[in-house]
Design a protein around this ligand. Structure first.
Ligand code: ADP
Length: 334
């Protein structure tokens, strides 16, 4: 997998959990979200009630899972973790909900991918702390209401707009996580290096931060790869030249574009004359799944101002042409 793919790799869990900040005070880079959430938690502590349900939205790797864990630890509550796609049937959800203890935080990742019946069950649980257990089948089936202890649902989604309105409305607090500024990523890198016992020079931290796409997960991952390089090729200390050489080896360029990103941009420019070209054609021409191109490469290219998604297809911008060292066609490119 690409080092700049913001999604979590299956074998990455242990490495990530070691680097998660444990409190709101340590959660850097999203000051507004941290302040607002801190207030929600303090108020509920003050009242002795469970905090309102929380909806976190934003691209992968920005700290949604981390925040859910922080909410639990700030409240001194246990946490239960699941995800929309893992809940096939409403019964699966009913089983989880009825097993919660009072005050527990229930983190539901990719909440927009839950099945409809599960979603409806969740409405009731969020609002009334109750689930209806259906007993029997057909006309003789009856719903037996079952009380569940008050809990806090923390839902995560890549885009809040993907959620049906009625579900969105049941959250008392909604926060949109944004890409991090480079200095915040630097700060996170310095902290991670401390946790991992890596000697990281400030210029090297700045270099890695610039190439991390504003995403803590990618920053931490690049730090681990750069450490590998420093240990094998040098004395283990991460200096700026070491960081540069390692990132070059992993094909991450000065702006954080990797091979896939450049491949996509190059295909649009060189093979399709700058576009417009449709997603599936583009994906085939770079030998990738359309989903990967759309979810991993494109958002970053669009954010960098290198690519536009138009109704007729993908179009390279003038900046996109120039980033590849190519001259944009005089008439066409916007
Ligand atoms: P998401 O759930 O949004 O995909 P995660 O919460 O799993 O993202 O975060 C991915 C990685 O980035 C974790 O290892 C976490 O420690 C790190 N991380 C995320 N946000 C922060 C932050 N504000 N400060 C420090 N590390 C962070």
């Amino acid at each position: 997998p690409s080092p700049v793919d913001p999604h979590a790799f299956p074998d990455e869990q242990a490495a990530e959990s070691a680097l998660r900040p444990g409190s709101l005070a340590e959660f850097r880079g999203q000051p507004r979200v941290a302040d607002q959430l801190g207030l929600v938690l303090d108020a509920s502590k003050h009242r002795g009630t469970v905090p309102d349900h929380v909806l976190l939205s934003g691209p992968p790797g920005l700290g949604k899972t981390t925040l859910a864990m922080i909410i639990a630890s700030e409240m001194g509550a246990p946490i239960r973790i699941s995800s929309g796609p893992a809940i096939q049937h409403a019964g699966d959800l009913a089983a989880i909900l009825s097993g919660l203890v009072e005050g527990e935080v229930f983190f539901l990742d990719e909440i927009h991918r839950m099945s409809r019946p599960a979603e409806e069950l969740l409405y009731l649980a969020m609002e009334d702390f109750r689930v209806d257990v259906i007993v029997g089948k057909g006309p003789g089936a009856t719903a037996i209401p079952l009380e569940i202890p008050p809990f806090t649902l923390v839902g995560a989604t890549t885009r809040a707009g993907l959620l049906p309105g009625p579900l969105r409305d049941r959250f008392g607090f909604t926060a949109q996580l944004d890409f991090y500024e480079t200095p915040a990523i630097e700060h996170i890198l310095v902290r991670s290096a401390g946790v991992l016992g890596i000697q990281l020079r400030p210029e090297a931290a700045a270099e890695i931060a610039r190439r991390s796409r504003g995403t803590p997960r990618i920053a931490n991952r690049l730090l681990r790869r750069v450490r590998d390089y420093a240990q094998v090729k040098a004395d283990g200390r991460v200096t700026e030249p070491i960081a540069r050489a390692a990132l070059e080896l992993y094909e991450v360029d000065e702006l954080g574009l990797d091979r896939l990103d450049r491949g996509v941009l190059e295909a649009v420019c060189k093979r399709f004359g700058g576009g417009p070209v449709g997603l599936s054609t583009l994906a085939i021409s770079v030998g990738e799944e359309a989903e990967t191109v759309e979810e991993v490469a494109e958002p970053f290219l669009v954010r960098q101002g290198f690519l536009m998604r138009t109704q007729r297809g993908r179009v390279a911008t003038e900046a996109g042409w120039r980033h590849l060292g190519l001259t944009p066609p005089t008439s066409g490119a916007p």
